[in-house]
Design a protein around this ligand. Structure first.
Ligand code: NAP
Ligand code: MG
Length: 471
């Protein structure tokens, strides 16, 4: 049982001003896995004051000083990998292999990327007679979701540290354990007092206090559209920069020349990974009409082959994060059946033989792009396969979405793959499995306005200053 009742403020573990707590549930067992404190506005004020006080010195540190610190953090992060993996398994039910692998690996990747970039990042640049300086924006509020807890946190914390910002992290109530360990890592690595602060608690309290705070310069948020809109409204009065990374309903396009067995199977199992709780999941699988029967057979076999069960074991999929998330996903499966989508695999309820834990059956529908299950982000292991007539039709279907986060295009004719990717109105497109920690990640349309990862992620935390008449 984890007991995390202290916050990390001004370089110290401190008790909350008001001793309110909440239980954290392990979604695989439905048992209480630990306790966190719920912060108040008074805690936020303390943390913001600490970050403000630390900013003048931290923002003036040299590149080398910040590199030394990031490398010390890296050593400590490596040492705590098993602890982080165990925390992620308990807090959100990720299978051990995934938690210890991709979950903690993504955080490590963002740390390594920040180090590589900081070695040479041009904070100053002469253009004509003008010196253009990139300076840290100031005190940043980092508000994160539960679905990839280390990825979402590290992709904010490390660029903010590297660029010379100070920060207050507000982790998700549903998955607060790994953030607590990250705070221990930063503390052990010697992050100066006030540079990094962390307060657990409710978004409606802590998040709102941060978004409206006079002394917070920037909010970086990853989460739902509704909360993103609220934060932007709350931040408007103090003219803060707001970076939003929101949801998606991304298309995975398999071209006519692709081998269905590999590509449809990979698309199906890929989207089921992390129980479908991935903002960039390829949750609409677009396949050529002429090959739909084969595609359905492959997807059915792939979905039925996804092993679901105790995340401590060797399974591909654990539960979804909570009872509330389970109910949302069940409602979408019911909605799909009601609106006439054809059930190809899975369906309502828990997998056979499972009585406890928020486990969902890996589910595949054949549907049309106007169905609710094809338009709304389900955030569960529910794939919708949509047939397309030709390339133009595939592009039109892919772009006919309120979201514009990601896209996937797989095929042998690379010219065709590139041409399609150019036409997609989304921010991040993986072609034939491409992956890159330095590639900017973020959405068009309702999927947000920010760009994280790599160099573009640094710019989220930087102001631009022109010094005219410099040369
Ligand atoms: P959420 O409900 O929007 O919560 C995200 C964070 O915001 C949590 O820490 C939450 O606190 C906090 N929050 C809630 N109300 C707030 C308010 N009024 N002001 C400030 N903060 C507030 O999202 P979620 O359910 O955790 O995550 C799922 C969503 O995130 C999905 O839509 C997914 O697509 C999106 N997502 C996007 C990306 C991306 O990079 N584009 C990546 C991952 C996830 P609590 O702890 O109280 O909930
Ligand atoms: Mg939530």
């Amino acid at each position: 049982m984890r007991d995390y009742r202290n916050f990390y403020i001004d370089g110290q573990w401190v008790a909350p001003v008001d001793p309110k707590t909440a239980d954290v549930i392990n979604p695989a067992t439905e048992a209480v896995a630990g306790t966190i404190a719920l912060g108040s506005v008074a805690d936020v004020n303390k943390a913001v004051a600490a970050a403000r006080k630390a900013f003048p010195v931290w923002s003036e540190t040299t590149r080398e000083e910040r590199l030394d610190l990031l490398k010390a953090i890296q050593a400590e992060y490596q040492r705590r990998l098993p602890d982080l993996g165990a925390a992620i398994r308990e807090e959100m039910g990720a299978p051990s292999g995934l938690a210890n692998g991709f979950h903690v690996g993504l955080g490590a990747g963002h740390l390594q990327t920040a180090i590589e970039l900081l070695e040479t990042f041009p904070f100053e640049e002469l253009r004509g007679s003008t010196l253009i300086r990139r300076e840290p924006i100031g005190v940043c509020a980092l508000i994160t979701p539960w679905n990839w807890p280390m990825n979402q946190t590290c992709v904010k914390v490390f660029p903010a540290l590297a660029t010379g910002c100070t920060m207050i992290l507000k982790p998700p109530q549903l998955a607060p354990f790994s953030a607590q360990i990250l705070a221990e890592i930063l503390d052990a690595a010697g992050v100066p007092a006030g540079v990094f602060n962390m307060i657990q608690g409710q978004g409606s309290v802590i998040g709102t206090a941060l978004s409206t705070h006079e002394d917070v310069d920037m909010v970086s948020f990853t989460g739902s559209e509704a909360v993103g809109v609220q934060i932007q409204q709350d931040a408007a009065r103090t003219v803060k920069r707001v970076g939003l990374e929101l949801g998606g309903k991304s298309a995975f396009i398999v071209l006519d020349d692709a081998t269905l067995a590999d590509n449809v199977a990979a698309a199906t199992t890929g989207m089921m990974g992390n129980s479908g709780q991935t903002c960039s999941a390829g949750s609409r699988l677009l396949v050529p009409c002429a090959r739909i029967d084969d595609a359905l057979a492959v997807a059915k076999a792939a979905a039925e082959g996804v092993t679901v069960g105790d995340p401590a074991g060797e399974v591909a999929m654990g539960p979804v994060v909570s009872k509330a998330q389970y109910n949302i996903v069940q409602d979408y499966i019911a909605k799909g059946l009601e609106e006439g989508a054809t059930l190809v695999a899975g369906g309502s309820g828990r997998p056979e033989g499972v009585e406890r834990g928020w486990f969902v059956r890996p589910t595949v529908f054949l549907g049309t792009n106007d169905m609710v299950v094809a338009r709304e982000e389900i955030f569960g292991p529910v794939l919708v396969i949509i047939p397309y007539a030709d390339i133009d039709d595939a592009v039109a279907i892919a772009n006919d979405s309120p979201f514009g986060l990601a896209g996937y295009v797989n095929g042998l004719d690379t010219d065709a793959v590139h041409a399609i990717a150019r036409r997609l109105r989304t921010g991040w497109i993986s072609m034939n499995g491409g992956f890159d920690f330095h590639a900017p990640f973020g959405g068009y349309k309702r999927s947000g306005n920010g760009r994280e990862w790599g160099e573009f992620g640094f710019h989220e935390y930087l102001e631009t200053k022109s010094m005219l008449g410099y040369a």
